[in-house]
Design a protein. Structure first.
Length: 304
C-alpha cells in the first residue's frame, strides 16, 4: 500500500495549527530490483585481474577505457569496508573514447596512505569532454579525503582534494556529482564519518581543492564493516535542483535534501521509520530503489 510521506514544519510563531505539511516522497512496496532487469557488468581487461579483492573495475566511455584499484596492502588496519586490506595504487587504461587503448597508467601512494575504497567513480566533473576519477584516499594520521584524479600529459595526476576527515580511521563515503547549487558547474557530494555523526557535505570543484560549501547532519550512506557503498541516490527532475536521498544515522529513515537559494538545505521529506535498515539504494528515474536488510524492496519517488 502506497504511503504518502510528508515533512512536518513546526511553527516558529503563534499559529492555529501546531504545524504545516508539504508533500515530498512517495514510497511503495516493490518487486526485487523494483522490477528492473539487472545488467551484467562487462568483463574487465586482463590487466585488472590483480585488482583489490572485492573491488570493481569501472569501464569508461570518454578518454578512460578502464579504471581500478590495485596493489593490496595491510598497512592501514581499518575495517570500514570489512577488511584491513586496501589499495595502494590507482590504475587506468586510456582510450575509452574509441581511440586505441594506450599503455596502463599507474598512480602509487606513499607508505602512509591507502585508497580506502572498493570502486572508482568516472565523471566529467569539469565538463571538458574527458573523465575524471573520484576515489577515497586515507592518511594514517588525518583520516580520509575525497580526491579527484585525471589524465594530464599522458600521466595520471591528482587534480583536487577535500579536507581530511580529521584523524586516523575517520572515513567518508562519496554520494555522487551534480550541480547542487545551480551555478552550471558540477559539485561533489560526500558523507563524512557516516558511522559517527554523518555529515552530508557538498564541495565546489576548484582545483587543487574541493571546497566545502554546504553541510547537513544526521545522514549516513554506509554500515560499518559492509563492502556495500551504494546507500544514497541523487535525483534530478526538470526545473529543480538535484535532491539527495540518504538514510539517517540509524539507516531506518530516509532524508530528501535539496540545496536551495539563497543557500540553505530544504528537507523535502523525512520518511517514517522503515521496517528494517536500508541496505542499498539504487538510483532509478525520479527516485531510488531501496533494498532493506530483511530482503524486502521499496520504490521511493520524489513528488516535487
Amino acid at each position: 500500500m502506497r504511503q504518502y510521506i510528508s515533512l512536518l514544519f513546526f511553527c516558529a510563531l503563534q499559529c492555529t495549527a501546531p504545524f504545516a505539511a508539504a508533500m515530498g516522497l512517495m514510497i511503495d512496496s516493490a518487486a526485487p530490483h523494483c522490477g528492473m532487469a539487472s545488467v551484467a557488468p562487462p568483463a574487465p581487461p586482463a590487466a585488472a585481474a590483480q585488482r583489490l579483492d572485492k573491488s570493481q573495475a569501472v569501464r569508461g566511455s570518454k578518454d578512460i577505457a578502464w579504471a581500478w584499484l590495485g596493489t593490496p596492502t595491510n598497512r592501514y588496519p581499518h575495517k570500514a569496508l570489512g577488511s584491513v586490506t586496501h589499495a595502494a595504487s590507482l590504475h587506468v587504461l586510456p582510450g575509452g573514447d574509441g581511440t586505441r587503448a594506450q599503455r596502463e597508467l599507474v598512480y602509487t601512494l606513499p607508505v602512509h596512505k591507502v585508497f580506502e575504497d572498493l570502486t572508482v567513480r568516472l565523471v566529467d566533473i569539469d565538463q571538458d569532454g574527458k573523465d575524471e576519477i573520484i576515489v577515497v584516499e586515507s592518511d594514517a594520521a588525518r583520516g580520509s579525503a575525497t580526491v579527484v584524479f585525471g589524465i594530464k600529459n599522458n600521466a595520471l595526476v591528482e587534480l583536487a582534494r577535500s579536507p581530511y576527515a580529521g584523524s586516523t580511521f575517520r572515513w567518508l563515503n562519496p554520494v555522487g556529482v551534480a550541480d547542487f547549487d545551480g551555478d552550471g558547474k558540477l559539485d561533489v557530494a560526500t558523507v563524512i564519518t557516516p558511522h559517527i555523526g554523518g555529515i552530508l557535505t557538498l564541495y565546489h570543484y576548484r582545483p587543487p581543492k574541493l571546497e566545502p560549501f554546504a553541510r547537513a547532519m544526521d545522514t549516513s550512506n554506509h554500515r560499518m564493516g559492509d563492502p556495500e557503498q551504494d546507500l544514497s541516490a541523487i535525483v534530478e527532475l526538470p526545473g529543480l535542483r538535484p535532491t539527495v536521498i540518504v538514510p539517517d544515522m540509524g539507516l531506518k529513515a530516509l532524508h530528501a535534501l535539496r540545496w536551495e537559494a539563497p543557500g540553505r538545505w530544504k528537507e523535502l521529506a523525512d520518511v517514517k521509520p522503515l521496517s528494517a535498515r536500508a541496505q542499498r539504494i539504487t538510483p532509478i528515474p525520479g527516485g531510488g530503489c531501496v533494498l532493506l536488510a530483511d530482503g524486502s524492496w521499496l520504490r521511493v519517488t520524489l513528488s516535487n
